[in-house]
Every structure is written in structure tokens, then in C-alpha cells.
Design a binder for this molecule. Sequence first.
Ligand code: NAP
Length: 350
Amino acid sequence: MNLAIENLRWGQYLAWMADMKAAYIKAPGPATEILYGDLEVPVPQKSEVLIRVGAVSVNPIDTYLRSGNVPMELPMPYIIGCDVAGTVEAVGPEVARFRSGDRVWGSNQGLLGRQGTTAEFVCVDETWLYPTPSNVTDASAAAMSLVGITAHLGLVHRGQLQAGETVFVNGGSGGVGSAVVQMAKCLGAAKVITTAGSEEKAETCRLLGADHVILYRQENVLLEIQSQAPDGVDFWWETVREPQLDRAVTALARNGRIIVMAGRDARSEVPIGPFYAKGCSLLGFVMFMTPAEVQRRAAEEIYRWLAEGRLVPRIDRELSFSAAAQAHSIQEGSTVGCDGSLQGKIVLVP
Ligand SMILES: NC(=O)c1ccc[n+]([C@@H]2O[C@H](COP(=O)([O-])OP(=O)(O)OC[C@H]3O[C@@H](n4cnc5c(N)ncnc54)[C@H](OP(=O)(O)O)[C@@H]3O)[C@@H](O)[C@H]2O)c1
């Protein structure tokens, strides 16, 4: 019966909605090459869900894929964007977890051959989708998607953060860093120390739960950490693209862990003596290479924290899909150019 209703709804789409607006590219290149125009509404196959998109968010990886700096096989035309939140409009015949009308969020699209999300309608395999809490907007769900799963994977799956540990986040005002700061507190970290590029951003980090914020443009980061954590930090999360691991190893406590997840071309010196003598670990990971079932476990806890209001994404601005090129150039200026222009995520809406 449900399937019949879905088919009926889908029939309506075929009749009424053959085209949709999307932001896409025809070949990798600069942000100015992003086009905004009509593409065909996709048809959900097998275990795919057709989503009426409410919001997507912009991540640095979107800009690397668009520019070709991270080469990946892309379907052409390639719709930009990894994150999505919206409402299920129709489902493929094998979909088991969702039905039309459900609100969903997810990430991992636009990657590894999959089509991206900045379109009025997208088809996403249900493997990559999770329910949206009723009290959370699509903009918030989209803004927390990739960065939230990344933060959870690093803290829990890779780093095995324990309650009572001290955490340092280099870049707590950024997309990933602001999620790490909040989640570390949700997971029971005793103290969270982080950095920010301005007093305004430092205040935001404090509101997110940071116990101490270091102004990295003005203060000596290592000395500040050592004064805040005289026995060392248990967990160092590095979000900057040129990590200084020498400093991290110096600041670590016994059995300290360092998470690295940015800076593909970065090189860094590691002081080997203190590293092994203190029993330290250096852990790296890529969110979108992590198996779907591991990501789903992260998403379940994110659902709970979002619903409880303990996890709140930082949204810098909301723009329309038609301003996707502008959004990419702002994101590049902030993440790659370090111009400090963003204070959170850019959300794009249809
Ligand atoms: N491996 C993965 O799975 C994965 C997943 C997500 C993201 N990433 C990568 O992780 C990186 C961060 O992503 P994001 O979305 O968080 O980017 P973002 O929102 O642009 O944040 C960048 C952060 O870096 C801070 N920063 C810049 N220079 C700094 C410095 N010298 N010292 C301390 N902090 C500094 C910025 O602080 P201010 O703005 O306060 O100056 C900002 O908080 C990107 O390269 C992205 O591609 C990897």
C-alpha cells in the first residue's frame, strides 16, 4: 500500500517536475565556473531516497573537489556539495528505513562517484541518511552533517576520548573545531582548551563550552596550554592545514593522542624521543572513507545531542543556491587563505 502511494507520488513528479534548479560544474575549475540552472530531477533507484532539499552546507572538501585540487572521478554535470537535509518525497523499491514525509539529513554525497547535493531534489542511498529531530531545522542539520560526523569519528572511533580527559582543539572556531569543542564536553571531557583568531570568535568558543580560549594570533599557544594543563593534554585535535606536531608532542600528557585530518601536502617534524617515551599516538582519518555503519553510530549520538540542544552548529550565513559560486570563494578565502572571514558554516538554501 505504501509502495503504491510512493509510486503515485513519483508519478506526479514525472509529470510535473522534470526539471529542477541546481548548482553544478561541467569540469573542475575556479569557483566562477559554478553554474546555476536546470537539471533533470533524478529518479530514485533500488535503495535510494528522493529528497526535497531544505538546506545544504558548504565544506572545504567541496571546494577541493570543484577546483580539482583533490582529484576524484566526478559524474558530469557534477552537482556540488556533500551535506544535505530535507524531506523524503519518494523512495526506491528497496528502501526500508524511510518513507515519504520523513525529515532526513546526511553527508558523504558528491564523493567517490556519487552525485552532490546542491539541487532542489537529490537521490541518496538510504545507507547515508539519518532522521532529523523534529526541533532541529534543515539548516542546522545540514550545517552539522559532515563536521559533526567527523568530530564524532575522531573523538570516539579513532581517539577513544575518555570522560575526565583534557582536550586541546587547534581551530575551535572552525566548522570541525566548533563541533569537536561541543562534543568533547558532551563526552565528559574535564577541560577543553582551544584557539580562536579574534576575541569575538573566542567568545563564541566559550559559549560552545570551551573552558579556555587562546588567541593564536597574539598569544604563545604552547605556553598557554602548559599553564592551563600543567600535566599535559590527553587529546590534541589538529584542524589546521599546516600542523606543528613538535608543539603538540611537547604539550601532550602520557598516553596522549594527536588527531590529524587536514593538510594533504603538509610536512611536520615530530620529536621522536618524547613521542615514544610518553607513549603517544598519532591518528589520522578521512571521514568519507569511514564505513557507513560506523558513521551511522556517530549519527545516532549526534541525533540525541541535537535534539537535546547540546550540539548547536555555528552558522555564519545563509545564501541561496544561486550564490553557490560566492559561497565557494568565501569558504576558500577562509579555509585556504586563512582570511578569518567565516565564523561558522555557510548554509545554502533552494
Ligand atoms: N579528514 C577529514 O575527514 C576531514 C573532515 C572535515 C574537514 N577536513 C579538513 O579539515 C580542515 C578544517 O576544516 P573546517 O571545516 O573546520 O575548516 P574551517 O571552518 O575553515 O576552519 C578552519 C579553522 O582553522 C583556524 N585556523 C587557521 N589558522 C590557524 C592557526 N594558525 N592556528 C590555529 N587555528 C587556525 C581558523 O580559526 P579562525 O577562523 O578563528 O582564525 C578556523 O577555526 C580543512 O582543511 C578540511 O578540508 C578533513
